[in-house]
Ligand binder design. Structure first.
Ligand code: G4P
Ligand code: NA
Ligand code: NA
Length: 194
């Protein structure tokens, strides 16, 4: 997606060879116009999948997920990283290990919101090691629903997540794919060959 690549080039900051800072438009300040376009782009890419729900994880996945849900006219659910005081119903849970933070998090979704027969589109901001996306897919499968696809804003193609998701047979759509972050520069990857 050209608009997102341009934004990354103009406002992204390469922190090191592994990390791109995008606090200016995704992770801290957010750009609603960009998010709206991202929602349209995901809606277009997944329009044939008969999506019934969108699933993301708090917090940075919520903005692009809600814009996609608005376009597709379906509910948006975010998995929680902390147990909610009022969430007393039965929960689906997955354990997500973050290589970046070297810690495991239990993520949860109420059984009320994903049901057998749902066609679920998973949305997240970054794809690095893929553990968040795979954990979300696990929750969808516990609910006997279908993972209709995984939509990512920024895929770091040099990290293992993308290949792992494709190897598991999920449809992956990444709006910007980064091949490397060498010498303080963002090098985008060419279109994926499938
Ligand atoms: P994984 O799910 O792909 O395995 O990712 P990992 O555990 O390595 O990522 C941990 C957190 O760091 C996630 O956010 C993820 O979005 C974010 N992240 C990973 N790589 C980058 C990067 O290059 N740049 C930025 N800005 N973020 C990155 P989180 O802690 O779950 O936080 P939230 O922002 O969604 O609240
Ligand atoms: Na995230
Ligand atoms: Na993040």
């Amino acid at each position: 997606m050209k608009l997102l690549r341009e934004k990354i080039e103009l406002e992204g900051i390469v922190l090191n060879e592994n990390v791109l800072k995008v606090d200016a438009f995704i992770n801290h300040q957010m750009d609603p116009v960009l998010m709206k376009e991202i929602g349209k782009e995901f809606a277009a890419r997944f329009k044939t999948e008969k999506i019934t729900k969108i699933l993301t994880i708090e917090s940075s996945g919520i903005a692009p997920a809600i814009m996609t849900g608005l376009e597709l006219n379906v509910p948006v659910i975010f998995a929680r990283k902390r147990k909610s005081l009022t969430l007393t119903t039965d929960l689906y849970t997955s354990t997500v290990y973050s290589f970046t933070k070297q810690e495991s998090n239990e993520i949860t979704v109420s059984k009320d919101y994903i049901c057998e027969g749902d066609h679920v589109l998973i949305i997240d901001d970054f794809l690095a090691n893929g553990q968040a996306a795979i954990g979300l897919a696990g929750i969808v499968e516990q609910a006997k629903a279908k993972v209709s696809g995984i939509g990512i804003l920024i895929e770091k193609s040099f990290q293992p997540g993308a290949n792992e998701i494709i190897a598991k047979g999920y449809r992956l759509e990444s709006l910007a794919r980064i091949e490397s972050l060498k010498d303080g520069k963002v090098n985008f990857a060419p279109k994926r060959q499938i």
